[in-house]
Write a protein that binds this ligand. Sequence first.
Ligand SMILES: Nc1ncnc2c1ncn2[C@@H]1O[C@H](COP(=O)(O)OP(=O)(O)OP(=O)(O)O)[C@@H](O)[C@H]1O
Ligand SMILES: [Mg+2]
Length: 397
Amino acid sequence: MSSNQRPAGQAPATAPAPAMAPAADPAPEPGPVAGAAALVRMQGVTKSFGSFTAVESVDLDLRAGEFFSLLGPSGCGKSTLLRMIAGFEEPTRGTIAIDGRPMAEVAPNRRPTNMVFQSYAIFPHLNVADNIAFGLRSPGQSLSRTEIAARVDEMLATVGLGGLGQRGANELSGGQRQRVALARALILRPKVLLLDEPLSALDKKLREQMQIELRRLQRQVGITFLMVTHDQYEAMTISDRCGVMFGGRLAQVASPKELYQRPVTRQVAEFIGGINFLSGRVSARDAESASVEVKGFGTVTMPTEPAIPAAGGQITLGLRPERFYLAPERPAETEVAAAATVEDFAFYGETIHYYLRLDGYDAPVIAAVTNFQRAAHFAPGDRLFAGFRGRALVALP
Ligand SMILES: Nc1ncnc2c1ncn2[C@@H]1O[C@H](COP(=O)(O)OP(=O)(O)OP(=O)(O)O)[C@@H](O)[C@H]1O
Ligand SMILES: [Mg+2]
């Protein structure tokens, strides 16, 4: 089979076989280096299809050795951005540079990138070893048979497929096939590995296992990974940093923890896990702290944030469900508490979600309680108190 053939119907129609990266660049030290020069620099990157703008003015730096996830709802432009980095699409405006080198005139197969697709795109009629060696046998590479065999063996071990080199591609499980696709891309030693929903074809259990594997693999090889996913839990468990996109724009770039605890907009807050929105009025504010009257609860003190207006201003506050304290009596440990009735609950094993109706407050709220040994359990119709501390609140614009 010649090197420009690829399995029919596997890779997306516009995507060529994995781009061939120049071989033998020494791997950088593993782990992201904060403040280090950007490995990938996107400036004002915009992509329009006719009058429709799929990606709009994206400025983003990826650091050497980091695991970065792009997150967002379907159609928000994640794949389009990835495809521009790979060179399968040209930006309408803006620039992309990798390692300081502008990519505008660089063909996909000349870029130091490689892409792994959701559909794996492995050759069904080749065995595992030949699938992995595929890119090394292209005309641009000049490796001996022994060198290729050694690189393939090393890669088989790296992705946990040791001893399976002779296995037919059709005799593999979904997880094993995904490992072959990863090995095939990594053997070319790209500087950046682009992964478009790489785990979405796997069932939940296998997917969770592969998330850990992917993270381990990324640390081991020390290559920058840019993964697209619409699963916020996947992005948060795997990544050093995440970027959240809506309607073609990057809404926030932050560590998973910061994204969860300090979302910058209501939209990001809602996309990353469950959240209650409460309304409040600022009664006092200085450089350190603010007093806020929270509707239905009372006055709390919270750390001052840029989104908190001056005294007298109205504010929307985010409160994660697990930051509620629930107790049959008014809880002593929280600054405020409101009497409430349990409307319903959902049992998730490790946590229980209670749907509450607060006295004198029209919107329902959700409280999540860890199902630890002596946790109080409530039933629909029960009366209780729901309280929280001011520092659990996030001010949202
Ligand atoms: N070649 C194209 N021509 C016209 N519109 C396109 C083209 N490619 C993508 N789009 C549109 O651009 C938008 C972004 O598409 P994209 O594939 O980047 O979304 P996505 O975030 O990857 O979504 P998903 O999670 O569903 O994969 C969509 O509205 C899509 O229909
Ligand atoms: Mg996509």
